[in-house]
Design a protein around this ligand. Structure first.
Ligand SMILES: NC(=O)c1ccc[n+]([C@@H]2O[C@H](COP(=O)([O-])OP(=O)(O)OC[C@H]3O[C@@H](n4cnc5c(N)ncnc54)[C@H](O)[C@@H]3O)[C@@H](O)[C@H]2O)c1
Length: 267
């Protein structure tokens, strides 16, 4: 059995790590960025805290994103990136804002809409992409460690993933404190998403040892900690363990992928 493993994303994990946002931006050489987040983060002050901590490097906020983001959301997000001549973006959210941001970053330096890339007519190119830093706020999709964006084209009636090596975030920040406010129902559904990623990676025809080891670790954590996180959202230890499960499950399915997805390119 032949296999390889390559993940071009820096992983940063730990409570409080979000406060170092300025150093992450400096690391990727960002000067003018867009913060892409769900509306709840505008309402609860988290977006403002990010803008302050970024010390002027984030010049705009885009939050017009519905759950299960649409290609229209992505086009509007890319238009905002072009308007402010952004050279990077920060995604703050669950899978919906992260996937919207990821796809918008992939086309931000160009002039096209996302649909031809999403339907496979055009390949994403690194030249048209700007870098992205992803802050996960749910323990679920692990979009912060993959090059996958799941989008819905409402007009075509299609929801499907697109992926390209240029779509990996440069830095994935998993600060479990960001998940303390996730409501119980979302805690449960996103936690089951983690378990699905672990299981599907493990049984995939493209399974391989590094990812299988991550699958087993992540699944154990879900069995041990999901119910605790569901019953008491303020249990930081349970949130930390579920955040760990999420990112490790993300590493697990980064290569084998899930049942409905195409295999990852080797790099
Ligand atoms: N890219 C991938 O590899 C991948 C994998 C699985 C799923 N997905 C996609 O991700 C999307 C789902 O993402 P999700 O499950 O993270 O949910 P989500 O981003 O849609 O968020 C679900 C709800 O939780 C709220 N929320 C998120 N973080 C919160 C927080 N910290 N505090 C309070 N509320 C919070 C949101 O406002 C929203 O109402 C779907 O579009 C799905 O298709 C992508």
């Amino acid at each position: 059995m032949n296999w390889n493993f390559h993940l071009p994303v820096e992983l940063v994990f730990g409570s409080g790590t979000r406060h170092e946002i300025k150093s992450y931006i400096e690391k990727i050489g960002g000067t003018r960025g867009v913060l892409v987040c769900g509306k709840s983060f505008l309402r609860n002050g988290t977006a403002d805290a990010f803008l302050q901590a970024a010390d002027g490097a984030l010049v705009s906020v885009f939050s017009d994103i519905r759950p299960n983001p649409t290609t229209e959301n992505v086009n509007a997000c890319a238009a905002e990136m072009r308007r402010v001549e952004a050279d990077f973006a920060v995604a703050l959210g669950g899978g919906s804002p992260m996937d919207c941001c990821k796809a918008a970053c992939a086309i931000a330096r160009g002039t096209d809409n996302i649909e031809p890339y999403h339907n496979g007519d055009k390949p994403v190119t690194a030249e048209e992409a700007i870098p992205m830093i992803a802050f996960a706020t749910t323990a679920g999709t692990a979009s912060e460690v993959t090059n996958i964006s799941v989008l819905t084209n409402v007009e075509a009636g299609v929801k499907k993933p697109m992926n390209h090596p240029a779509m990996y975030p440069k830095i994935a920040v998993v600060d479990p404190e960001l998940t303390l406010t996730v409501p119980p129902q979302v805690t449960a559904s996103t936690g089951l998403d983690v378990l699905c990623h672990a299981v599907e990676s493990y049984w995939s025809v493209n399974h391989q040892p590094v990812c299988a080891a991550c699958s087993v670790h992540a699944a154990r954590l879900v069995f041990d900690w999901l119910e605790k996180a569901y019953r008491d959202g303020n249990d930081l230890e349970a949130r930390e363990k579920m955040a760990e499960a999420s990112i490790v499950a993300g590493v697990a399915f980064s290569h084998p992928r899930t049942t409905g997805s195409t295999p990852a390119p080797s790099r």
